[in-house]
Design a protein around this ligand. Structure first.
Ligand SMILES: C[S@@+](CC[C@H](N)C(=O)[O-])C[C@H]1O[C@@H](n2cnc3c(N)ncnc32)[C@H](O)[C@@H]1O
Length: 614
């Protein structure tokens, strides 16, 4: 959990000395220019005639040191999208030269110059050209959280559009197909997103965020949650000084840094130290934020349980087709919330069920899909709480779970429980139940075929009987997660893109509030005139796009009404706190889609059924 922190400088008279100084200051690596900043090059071949070396020798360090201690910086003067043809061409020559040197040294990462605001086409082309040769080198694109003030000038030309003027870059010369300075202002994330798209989501391409003194809105910052930010550059001049003279960050910067620390990323400190003790106080401060993040808020049971599953893609269970294993049941059964909610619901349902004089005041409750018995136990507890006599029938089709149930019936003296080893869809029940209890829900509600199973089981629910749950709804929300999309795409098969994944979403950003998708009610009443129960669904949803973002798919959730207002939910806005039986669903799309603020995203969802499958 230790932080990895590098030191960035442009001043490297002696690399070995710098590395030693950095080590003494407790830095883990250095980030240095590969070529002297004043070593100019041109596209006309004049610089080629030099006999002096382009840069320091690779013999200065061994390959292990180059690979682990040095992040190479491509010259910052390089402006691949410059409107000045000379500058652009010289930049291309220098870029190729330096990237070749990076490959030669087999560095772990190379820091690329900040792209021009609003540009990136030629930057991406040049990057694509050299990407093949990079091998395992990671290309870090440096993106500031807001463009430096010097580059942003509001030109009120009456159009109401804010323009950018690039103060630093060349302005003379022919544009030759390159957009001239004065492009419409776009936010840094959009420039990064364009480069990534034009580079076709190159695996080696990563973003490095440079924290600026000004920060954008929370909503704009949130989009970085969907990106794989590899490193965060913290300049010493964004630190404030506290009463004791030590560096500290503003509250917003602190929150942002602590938020970013949730991801596995590195830090890079840049700039002169403004403290007599050098850089140590800065590193200590970052470490202090790391420890503060870990203790506030305290990790509770759910977070501890979830930690190993963050962003880990799993195929959804298919408990109808497959038999669940013992350890899967074991994980469910540890949930502190689900079973207590069921117990509350059963208790309330029992109290609302009139005592049946004909059956001696005994209520018949069936648990369908009883697994290893936790809902049977919840029903037994409820019967005591409601002070109502109960007979329970536990129906389970998994022969292995039935062994557990039969053992429990002996060890826990379940004298009023009958165990039936059968598929609930075709069991020929000898009598009808007052209450039918089930939990056949997937992360997306109906996706483990609860409707199809309960349509069969409802045959043995008395007219007016109670189904727990009586309604469930799936929800969807558009999301951005480059990490998850890449993880699916790298499996290399189209069918992997056309299925869903259960995953504890972490490195992602939900771009709009979730909306209800499919709703199911139980008992499921056949629609008049349809001849039977229709579990097909087709829903069209519209989401307003507030912030430009890259759509990588949808997050799926569900909520279920157990009895009256007693429910369980994994929908973010109504989440049943502490419940960990279900992770959300990731529904990928084949190609990421760029969406712009102000647009409307329309998404269509179908639930298609045949005799054999859903
Ligand atoms: C998600 S588990 C829930 C188990 C248990 N009720 C609990 O809450 O821990 C669903 C259970 O339903 C069973 N099941 C699924 N479809 C069934 C069917 N058609 N007939 C009988 N049991 C079924 C599965 O074998 C599994 O044990």
């Amino acid at each position: 959990d230790k932080l990895t922190v590098g030191f960035e400088t442009n001043c490297v008279p002696d690399l070995a000395v710098l590395l030693e100084d950095a080590r003494q200051e407790h830095f883990d690596f250095v980030c240095v220019p590969l070529v002297h900043p004043r070593f100019s090059r041109d596209a006309r071949g004049v610089s080629e005639t030099r006999s002096t070396p382009l840069t320091r020798s690779d013999l200065l360090l061994d390959s292990k040191q180059w690979g682990s201690l040095v992040v190479g910086k491509i010259s910052e003067w390089i402006d691949l999208d410059s409107p000045c043809a000379d500058t652009r061409r010289s930049s291309e020559v220098a870029f190729k030269q330096e990237m070749a040197w990076v490959s030669h040294l087999a560095l772990a990462a190379v820091m690329l110059p900040t792209p021009r605001p609003g540009a990136g086409a030629n930057y991406s082309r040049c990057l694509n050209q050299v990407a093949q040769e990079l091998g395992y080198v990671q290309a870090w694109v440096r993106i500031p959280t807001v463009w430096p003030q010097s580059e942003q000038v509001s030109c009120d030309d009456g159009s109401g559009v804010l323009h950018v003027i690039n103060a630093g870059a060349g302005t003379a010369g022919g544009g030759e197909g390159i957009k001239p300075a004065g492009a419409v202002l776009e936010d840094p994330w959009e420039t990064w997103s364009r480069i990534r798209t034009l580079c076709e989501h190159l695996a080696c391409l990563n973003v490095v965020l440079e924290l600026t003194s000004d920060l954008p809105s929370e909503a704009a910052l949130a989009r970085w949650d969907g990106e794989q930010v590899r490193a965060v550059i913290v300049r010493t001049n964004i630190f404030l000084t506290n009463k004791k003279g030590y560096p500290t960050l503003s509250r917003r910067h602190q929150d942002l840094v602590m938020w970013l620390m949730r991801f596995k990323l590195q830090f890079v400190v840049k700039g002169r130290p403004r403290h007599p003790k050098g850089y140590l106080p800065y590193l200590q401060y970052l470490d202090h934020l790391r420890t503060r993040r870990q203790v506030t808020p305290p990790l509770h049971e759910r977070e501890t349980f979830e930690a190993p599953y963050l962003d880990f893609l799993q195929s959804p269970l298919q408990p109808l087709m497959d038999n669940l294993e013992s350890q899967t049941y074991e994980v469910f059964e540890k949930d502190p919330v689900k079973y207590s909610q069921y117990q509350l619901a059963i208790t309330a349902a029992l109290l609302d069920t009139p005592e049946d004089k004909a059956s001696g005041g005994v209520t018949l409750l069936m648990v369908v899909g009883a697994g290893r018995g936790p809902l049977v136990r919840a029903a037994l507890n409820a019967s005591r709480e409601a002070n109502r006599q109960l007979r329970i029938v536990a129906v389970e089709k998994n022969a292995n779970a039935v062994i557990t149930l039969r053992n429990l019936a002996i060890t826990e003296c379940w004298t009023n429980v009958t165990i039936v080893a059968s598929d609930m869809r075709c069991w020929d029940a000898p009598e009808k139940a007052n209450i039918l209890v089930s939990e056949l829900l997937g992360s997306w509600g109906d996706n483990e075929l609860s409707p199809e199973c309960l349509d069969g089981a409802q045959a043995y629910l008395k007219p007016g009987g109670i189904s727990i749950p009586y309604e469930y709804t799936s929800f969807v929300a558009p999301m951005s997660s480059h990490k998850l999309w890449r993880a699916v795409e790298s499996m290399g098969e189209v069918k992997r893109m056309e299925t869903t994944y259960v995953v504890k979403l972490h490195n992602f950003c939900q771009m709009a509030k979730e909306q209800p998708c499919f709703i199911f009610e139980h008992p499921n009443v056949p629609l008049p005139g349809t001849g039977g129960i229709d579990n097909r669904r087709y829903v069209t949803l519209s989401f307003d796009v507030q912030q430009s973002f890259t759509l990588h798919g949808f997050a799926g959730y569900f909520s279920a009404k157990l009895y009256k207002d007693i429910d369980i939910s994994i929908v973010p806005s109504t989440f049943s706190e502490g419940m960990f039986s279900w992770f959300p669903l990731y529904i990928p799309i084949r190609q990421p889609v760029q969406l712009r603020a102000g647009e409307t995203l329309e998404a269509h969802f179908w639930r298609c059924c045949s005799d054999k499958k859903v």
